[in-house]
Design a protein around this ligand. Structure first.
Ligand code: ATR
Length: 267
């Protein structure tokens, strides 16, 4: 019997997840179906109840329901706890297990696809909202030396304080003056409104990587990075890698992401 999965969001019609998971399934010979479900804004819990009653095996969760998914899980992974958000639910034996694969997806894209090792690197994470929360623990697990900068500096300090034993601290943008980083990751929503993030000139170390978690548009951050002559990457690889991590959780098989990223770039 075909095992059923879905991605829940609102809106959801433009999601690339069904295409990504169908390519994974074809490649690995897994018999699954994967559809989009637009839940009403007040209807997340009811949607999960329906999927469970119809024997779905799990689902992905996207905007604006990642915190609802966190609250409805009966078990949570360490990375879901650190993220305070869940993007992957697995239904099994009456349990609802919540995980967050976003940060692992980011780290795998940077290290395996782009080929930049994070260990010991000076990494600047911009933003302290949901997108930033999702990636801090995996960046620290990769042994990066992490600074989190945010327009509202207190939120960056608060996020950094959640990892008291780790090499991480929060700050404002002006405090970045005269510092340099090997990897700068944009986890802000500034690109959505074509706004600049206020980075000082000279922020990139020689050979640095500028990574924008957004994809499908050239953000002012990426434009700025190009002008500085550094390597740039968008979030398409992360999108595919977080999906591969969810696929691995559900199916125990790790798909090859390279042809899937290439197919999405071509489409
Ligand atoms: P998401 O879930 O996408 O992270 P969010 O929780 O609303 O969305 O967080 C948006 C992040 O982008 C925040 O860190 C926000 O900074 P503030 O906490 O100061 O609001 C950041 N952000 C949004 N627009 C920005 C801009 N123009 N310049 C700098 N940071 C910006």
């Amino acid at each position: 019997m075909t095992d059923r999965y879905a991605v829940i969001g609102n809106p959801i019609s433009h999601s690339k997840s069904p295409l990504i998971h169908s390519l994974f399934a074809e490649q690995t010979g897994q018999d699954i179906s994967y559809e989009t479900i637009e839940a009403p804004l007040d209807g997340f819990v009811a949607t999960i109840a329906r999927l469970r009653s119809e024997n779905y095996k799990g689902c992905n969760v996207t905007v604006p329901f990642k915190f609802n998914a966190f609250e409805c899980a009966t078990e949570l992974s360490e990375r879901a706890l650190a993220a305070q958000a869940v993007n992957t639910l697995t239904f099994d034996d009456g349990k609802i297990t919540g995980d967050n694969t976003d940060g692992a997806g980011l780290v795998r894209d940077i290290e395996l696809n782009i080929g930049v090792t994070l260990q010991g690197k000076r990494v600047l994470l911009m933003g302290a909202g949901g997108a930033a929360y999702g990636v801090v623990l995996p960046l620290l697990t990769a042994d990066a030396s992490l600074i989190i900068a945010n327009r509202t500096a207190n939120k960056a300090l608060e996020l950094a304080r959640k990892f008291p034993a780790a090499d991480v601290r929060g700050c404002s943008y002006p405090e970045l003056d005269n510092q340099q980083f090997d990897v700068i990751i944009n986890a802000t929503s500034a690109g959505l409104t074509d706004s600049e993030v206020p980075l000082p000139a000279g922020i990139f170390a020689p050979g640095a990587l500028a990574y924008d978690m957004m994809y499908g548009r050239e953000t002012p951050f990426i434009k700025f990075a190009r002008e500085q002559g550094v390597q740039v990457a968008d979030g398409l690889g992360m999108l595919v890698e977080q999906a591969a991590e969810a696929f691995f959780i559900w199916r125990g098989v790790r798909p090859d992401t390279t042809p899937v990223i290439a197919a999405l770039r071509a489409s």
